[in-house]
Design a protein around this ligand. Structure first.
Ligand code: NOJ
Ligand code: CA
Length: 693
């Protein structure tokens, strides 16, 4: 519904959000450089900050005049295929600022959308009189903050986002970033560069999530931070020649996004990044099915015994192609018998899928720098009987999930893609987990460069052609493209639960991800860890997960995803069947979500309504401090009686010393009742609320 449209010529231009709480102004400075500024209620969020682009052929930075401004108000809603809400409202005021420069002639449109929960803006490059091919060197988007705000961030890196988060400030940032070690095979940008999504809390108490939406045909954006001036500037991920992007005009950049509120819960509830993405491009979405899964996976991470590879013979025989001549190493869990065991477990507990990693040829030497084996995506190892498992899984009503580790040979993966997806469909697989571990070979691209961003979208589009759902690991961080391609169920793109076996994730880690990483889309975090004392597969070192058992259940609510793993070994679940009942019950698709309490890095309490029943679920987590969550049941419809099953930390539970101490109790609850719920240090609570019949 378009409520208002206007066009006028102006020297400066301004616009507010629908409620007026945000206001933005655009002007050009004395050099003809576009500048914008942003206010929220009575706080200046951004003081005048410059905008521009620089290519080898030309620049879009100087000599501009504003030649016209169009404004429009839009209020509409849409229904996601899956997500946190069954309906999403998309309500904004938009302003398109038309700019022109002479000698040489250049045209640029800056499009701003102001929502009540934030701002998105992008550069639009129409067809030019001069060159319409651009070799883009950088984007010069500034974000000039006004004070030494608190920052929640991870280091700028062209290849990975699998870091723990720092809670720091502009002036303390150099010290915070210098504490990070080098990440193997990833290129960290030294100095004070960070990556998005990141979160700020201003000295006035306003929260700002910074990210981008609809990243396509363009590299990901990092931010160079000027710590003395509280300022940030875009830093596009380059290719090996230092080029950020090869563009053909007309072209629109991704949206630069700021989610803004003085209430931390609004940051979590915001759908702004999704709203700035294109509507769903897949016509028939009936085959896209949110699901839970278990996997032949954790065995390779814990216990220091199992391997993805079938054999250890590879070093003696480089270049070997006939696997039947290799000696099995006897430590290969992706074998027919073991996979049947997982299928049986899934069938018994109503879990939809079983992921199998290490089923195909190529794992010998996969993670080494030599990479002298090629992964083949239609060649099972000799001990993995594809036909038998296809029929066995079907007879048990369980879906097998394919795994495609590419070891970052993305170019080769593209060549094999059709064969790989045909093989999947022939064998009844509807979902694939992809992976890009290590340096991108042989192209020497970075994981988040333009070429890899394009690769990721290409894989998703081809997968959609085959009606295949995707969970990508080590791919460019998500920017809401899952709205356009809802077969992109989840991504990793952050430090996931697997790190519990490699030193552990502190409890605060899952209290910051929803404010940052999750604003781009769901994460395959792999919750559900019941045995929290672990040893790391590579080193045999002990590792202690930063969590209680009850908290692991809460993560299914606080880290929403249409694809949720139950990551632990079946034998660990069999030890705690009453707690596992929650994982059996918890949905992965929601009609509604209410964030009840939130503070970044500290705590989150959320209630969600199942999309397919009237059942509500509540999850609450805390950092390493004990906490009493206040759960206001005001969301329950009145006039009905409810029973709550509470999965909570026992009074003496503690993530470090007593993580498996939990209790399950049932109680009658009423709409509007306020529950006080104790959470252990590193703990959490998960509650299922059903109507009493
Ligand atoms: C890293 C992924 O994050 C992990 O889930 C996977 O098991 C390994 N790569 C092997 O592909
Ligand atoms: Ca990973």
């Amino acid at each position: 519904m378009f409520l208002l449209a206007a066009a006028f010529n102006a020297a400066a231009a301004g616009i507010t959000s629908p409620s007026g709480n945000l206001s933005l102004e655009v002007d050009v400075d004395s050099l003809g450089t576009p500048v914008y500024s942003l206010e929220y209620k009575s706080s200046v969020i951004l003081s005048p900050s410059r905008l521009g682009l620089k290519a080898d052929e030309t620049e879009f930075l100087h000599g501009f005049e504003i030649t016209g401004v169009d404004t429009i108000t839009v209020d509409r809603s849409w229904e996601p295929v899956w997500g946190e809400y069954s309906t999403v409202r998309d309500h904004f005021k938009e302003m398109a600022v038309h700019l022109e420069a002479k000698d040489p002639s250049r045209k640029l449109i800056l499009r701003f959308r102001l929502f009540d929960d934030g701002v998105g803006f992008r550069y639009e490059l129409p067809v030019q009189k001069g060159s319409n091919y651009l070799t883009l060197r950088n984007e010069l988007t500034e974000f000039n903050y006004t004070d030494n705000h608190r920052l929640y961030c991870i280091p700028g890196d062209y290849d990975t986002d699998e870091y723990l988060w720092s809670e720091t400030s502009f002036t303390a940032l150099p010290e915070a970033l210098s504490a990070y070690g080098r990440h193997s095979e990833a290129q960290r940008v030294n100095g004070t560069t960070v990556q998005t999504p990141l979160l700020l809390k201003t000295t006035d108490g306003v929260y700002v999530n910074m990210h981008e939406a609809a990243l396509a045909g363009y590299p990901a954006m990092l931010l160079d931070v000027d710590t003395d001036n509280f300022s940030m500037k875009s830093h596009l991920v380059p290719d090996r020649l230092g080029v950020s992007a090869y563009l053909q005009l007309p072209f629109n950049t991704p949206w630069r996004t700021l989610i803004v509120s003085d209430d931390a819960r609004d940051i979590l509830a915001s759908q702004l990044v999704l709203n700035l993405n294109e509507p769903c491009k897949i016509e028939d979405t009936s085959w896209i099915k949110p699901m839970k899964f278990v996997g032949v996976w954790w065995e390779m991470f814990t216990g220091n015994v199992k391997t993805w590879a079938y054999s250890n013979d590879y070093l003696a025989k480089p270049g070997i192609t006939d696997y039947s001549t290799l000696q099995p190493n006897g430590r290969h869990p992706a074998n027919t018998e073991n996979v049947k065991r997982y299928i049986d477990f899934a069938a018994k507990h109503g879990i939809d899928g079983v992921l199998v990693e290490g089923w195909n040829e190529g794992w010998e030497d996969w993670a080494s720098y030599r990479k002298n084996r090629q992964f083949l995506f239609d060649k099972p190892y000799p001990d993995f009987d594809v036909d038998l498992l296809r029929d066995y899984a079907a007879s048990k009503g369980v879906k097998l999930i394919m795994h495609h580790e590419t070891a970052a040979n993305a170019a080769d993966y593209e060549l094999q893609l059709d064969r790989a997806f045909s093989f999947m469909k022939d064998n009844n697989y509807d979902a694939v987990k992809t992976g890009y571990v290590g340096a991108i070979i042989p192209r020497s691209e970075h994981h988040t460069s333009q070429w890899m961003v394009d690769h990721a979208r290409h894989v998703i589009e081809r997968a959609a052609d085959y009606k295949i759902m995707v969970d990508s690991h080590e791919a460019p961080r998500p920017t809401g493209l899952c709205r356009t391609y809802p077969n992109w169920l989840a991504q990793e793109s952050a430090r996931g639960g697997e790190f519990e076996s490699m030193g552990g994730n502190p409890p605060s880690h899952t209290c910051i991800l929803p404010f940052t990483r999750l604003k781009g889309g769901p994460m395959d975090y792999t919750p559900g860890l019941f045995e929290t004392r672990l040893s790391y597969y590579g080193e045999g070192k002990d590792s202690q997960a930063g969590t209680t058992l009850a908290r692991q259940l809460a993560l299914y609510l606080t880290l929403p995803s249409p694809l949720q793993m139950a990551c632990d070994l079946p034998e660990n679940y069999e030890r705690f069947p009453d707690a596992f009942k929650f994982i059996e019950d918890v949905p992965v698709d929601w009609a509604d979500s209410r964030y009840l309490e939130a503070e970044p890095n500290r705590y989150i309490t959320v209630a969600r309504l199942d999309k397919h029943s009237s059942d509500w679920y509540v999850g609450a987590i805390t950092d390493s401090d004990a906490r009493v969550a206040e759960i206001d049941l005001g969301f329950l419809p009145k006039g009905k009686k409810y029973e709550a099953t509470v999965y909570e930390d026992a009074p003496d539970a503690h993530w470090k010393d007593n993580p498996q101490a939990y209790r399950i109790r049932t109680l009658s609850v009423k709409p509007g009742q306020k529950l006080k719920q104790a959470l252990a240090p590193g703990g959490g609570v998960a509650i299922r609320i059903v109507e009493k019949k």
